[in-house]
Design a protein around this ligand. Structure first.
Ligand code: SAM
Length: 280
């Protein structure tokens, strides 16, 4: 069986494109004609408010125009994601569950899958599976003999993930490790698996990022990739007035990565921010 997204699973319908409308998630429901008028004022206003271009006034950015993602633009972006049907079904089921906001977005999952494909990765690790959206996106593009170690401490969400691995026909590629991720990674190192993985994705306990990174750096080969999620942490990392333990921890981790000569890095503003690290 072929393992490309398109070959194994028919594409889901594109996510709905909101023509000339800001995202419905941000709109009041129109109940009456007067509501419609105020809606149309709102929509007109939103044309200006939703201007996605930020122009640096002070030349700090070399007068570059930098896109800021508005709800309207994000809806457009999502409408251009090719999300396999099985991932769409998992996303819709997860949306009814507690913690669904933890799931990576479809555009993030697509990027992860593309990185795995560009790398020709066969051996991958995920730290933080939840109901399996990102791990399934990875497993779908792994070759038949590919292997994904999926680390998760929560048994209930793992049950959902395993059901979808089965449904997608990729269970044979996924080695589910129920327990604390750091313990799993340590035992993999202990078992002599250092430098044998191509790709890792980190999306679990934020205050453990530095520990996960050090362990994964041992497990991933030279030229392999480690992707870290939530590095922008809802924008809080850039706000010096926010100093709660998780924000400080991610900010410190980002600083540490900046200074880490063992990896090349690229911080990408997709989802809640992901940093792609390539082991030197
Ligand atoms: C952000 S969610 C993962 C979302 C997942 N990548 C997705 O796209 O659906 C984080 C997950 O990490 C798990 N987690 C947190 N700390 C953990 C730990 N120390 N060991 C293993 N799993 C952990 C949580 O139970 C949770 O399911």
């Amino acid at each position: 069986m072929s393992t490309s997204w398109g070959a194994v699973h028919r594409w889901a319908k594109p996510l709905p494109l909101p023509s000339f409308r800001p995202s419905s998630r941000f709109l009041p429901t129109i109940q009456s004609p007067s509501d419609a008028v105020s809606y149309s004022k709102w929509a007109l206003k939103s044309v200006a408010d939703a201007d996605p271009v930020v122009v640096a006034a002070d030349g700090n950015y070399g007068s570059k125009q930098v896109i800021s993602v508005t709800p309207r633009l994000y809806d457009y972006l999502l409408a251009n994601v090719r999300e396999p049907q099985i991932l769409r079904e998992l996303r819709e089921e997860t949306a009814t569950m507690r913690g669904s906001q933890m799931q990576v977005s479809p555009d993030q999952a697509q990027l992860l899958a593309m990185l795995v494909q560009i790398l020709g990765a066969e051996r991958c690790i995920e730290v933080g599976v939840y109901t399996g959206y990102s791990s399934l996106a990875i497993a779908l593009v792994l070759p038949e003999g590919g292997h994904l170690v999926a680390c998760e401490r929560d048994a209930r969400s793992l049950e959902v993930a395993k059901r979808y691995y089965d449904c997608a026909g990729v269970s044979h590629k996924v080695d589910v490790k129920h327990g604390l991720a750091a313990d799993t990674l340590k035992s993999m190192i202990h078992d002599g698996e250092s430098c044998s993985y191509d790709f890792a994705f980190v999306d679990a306990e934020k205050r453990m990022y530095s520990d996960y990174f050090e362990l994964l750096l041992q497990l991933v080969r030279v030229g392999g990739i480690i992707v870290i999620d939530n590095v922008l942490w809802h924008g809080k990392v850039a706000d010096p007035l926010v100093n709660d333990p998780k924000t400080v921890s991610i900010r410190d981790f980002n600083k540490k990565l900046m200074d880490d000569e063992r990896v090349c890095i690229s911080m990408v503003p997709v989802g809640d921010g992901m940093t792609i690290c390539r082991k030197r």
